[in-house]
Design a protein around this ligand. Structure first.
Ligand code: PMP
Ligand code: GLN
Length: 379
């Protein structure tokens, strides 16, 4: 049959993890921890399974989890969403993003995103009949040029997708970025999809700025998050979105036929975890700062130029001093010959991105990071 996504292949994450396995390389490519999540969370999952919480959860999510998310949002961002009307639990952030895009984007609508951008946004927009409009951000700061942004706006603009802390650049949005976004769209009917899956992995003094802390913007915004990153459990695939009632109602119409509902005992366990151990996510910046600093330190004698990292569990390294290969070829070579797998940046960009940058995941034990860095210091 004629493909609806003819240009799309297997994701870079699947490709690089497979190549890493094939060559027995240390895998700093796909973003997932090589250590386990909290014991308490695991015990609560076993508990709820043993108590028979094994049938369908409510379509919108288990009430206990939605309430815990509402309270966490109030504590962190000063806004208490209505847990019945404004919070929907989804199968990872991926489903929330897909459901939001499907609910909002009509054929011919334009969607603005900032490249390098996470790979799941564009296919969802294309399947909905929308058209991507991309603004490429430049290293090392990857800041949005708001003059340039204005030129992308048109009467057909429907949605802006942002991601902070940002995968893959490891930069974060500042309050001034949200102010500039609001100024640009205030008088237009444009919605905002804010991917905040790394909300608890932010290293700046100010901390993470959520769209939910922006009183005007949040009236038009869908904030998306995921427990996979926060609790070191990427395989659990439980995420959620927070949006005003009318927007949530539309997203739920998609969600109820995409998955209907999400794994019941995992939701109940996550609700217990959020209530019992809020220090887990409060301590996450320090936890990941130590790993980031370990990798940066271990690479200090290498020929890589390390870029600043203010959020996420990814570090960018410039290999201009090492090789003239393009980034995709360099990552293949690195995996096959040096024994370390990384992600090339250009795959997150629709337009040419002629920089020599790779992404290294530091959600790893220190022994893994040091072993990888030893190899990277040899080249
Ligand atoms: N958005 C970004 C920016 C991500 O990095 C990821 C996953 N790594 C996701 C969304 C998807 O999250 P989930 O695994 O919860 O579907
Ligand atoms: N988001 C993860 C990353 O950036 C990968 C998720 C996936 O494999 N789809 O590495």
């Amino acid at each position: 049959p004629a493909s609806k996504l003819p240009a799309l292949g297997t994701t870079i994450f699947t490709q690089m993890s497979a190549l890493a396995q094939q060559h027995n390389a240390i895998n700093l490519s796909q973003g997932f921890p090589d250590f386990d999540g909290p014991r308490y969370l695991q015990q609560r999952l076993a508990y709820h399974v043993s108590q028979g919480a094994n049938q369908y959860a409510p379509m919108t999510g288990a009430a206990a989890l939605r309430e815990a998310i509402a309270d966490k949002t109030a504590a962190l961002y000063g806004y208490l969403p209505d847990s019945n009307e404004e919070i929907t639990v989804t199968a990872g952030a991926t489903e929330a993003l897909y459901a939001a895009i499907t609910a909002l984007v009509r054929p011919g609508d334009e969607v603005i995103c900032f490249d390098p951008s996470y790979d799941s946004y564009a296919p969802a927009v294309t399947l909905a009949g929308g058209v991507m409009k991309r603004q490429t951000l430049q290293p090392p700061a990857f800041r949005v040029d708001w003059q340039e942004f204005h030129q992308l706006l048109s009467p057909r603009t429907r949605l802006v997708i942002l991601n902070t802390p940002h995968n893959p650049s490891a930069t974060v949005w500042q309050q001034s970025d949200f102010a500039a976004l609001w100024q640009a769209i205030a008088d237009k009917e444009i919605y905002v999809l804010s991917d905040e899956v790394y909300e608890h992995i932010c290293f700046t003094d100010e901390g993470h700025h959520s769209v939910l802390a922006q009183p005007q913007l949040r009236e038009r915004a869908i904030a998306v998050s995921s427990f996979g990153k926060t609790f070191h459990m990427t395989g659990w695939k439980v995420g959620y979105c927070v949006a005003p009632p009318a927007l949530s109602a539309e997203i739920r119409k998609v969600h109820q036929y995409l998955t209907f509902s999400v794994n019941t005992p995992a939701q109940l366990a996550l609700a217990d975890m959020l209530r019992a151990e809020p220090q887990h996510y409060r301590e996450l910046p320090a936890f990941y700062r130590a790993r980031r600093d370990c990798l940066v330190q271990a690479l200090s004698n290498s020929r890589f130029n390390i870029l600043p990292c203010t959020g996420t569990y990814f570090l960018l390294a410039d290999y201009s001093a090492i090789s003239d290969l393009d980034d995709v070829s360099f990552c293949r070579w690195l995996t096959e010959k040096v024994g370390v797998a990384a992600i090339p940046l250009s795959v997150f960009c629709a337009e040419s991105f002629p920089h020599r940058l790779i992404r290294l995941c530091f959600a790893k034990q220190e022994t893994t990071l040091i072993a990888a860095a030893e190899r990277l210091c040899q080249i």
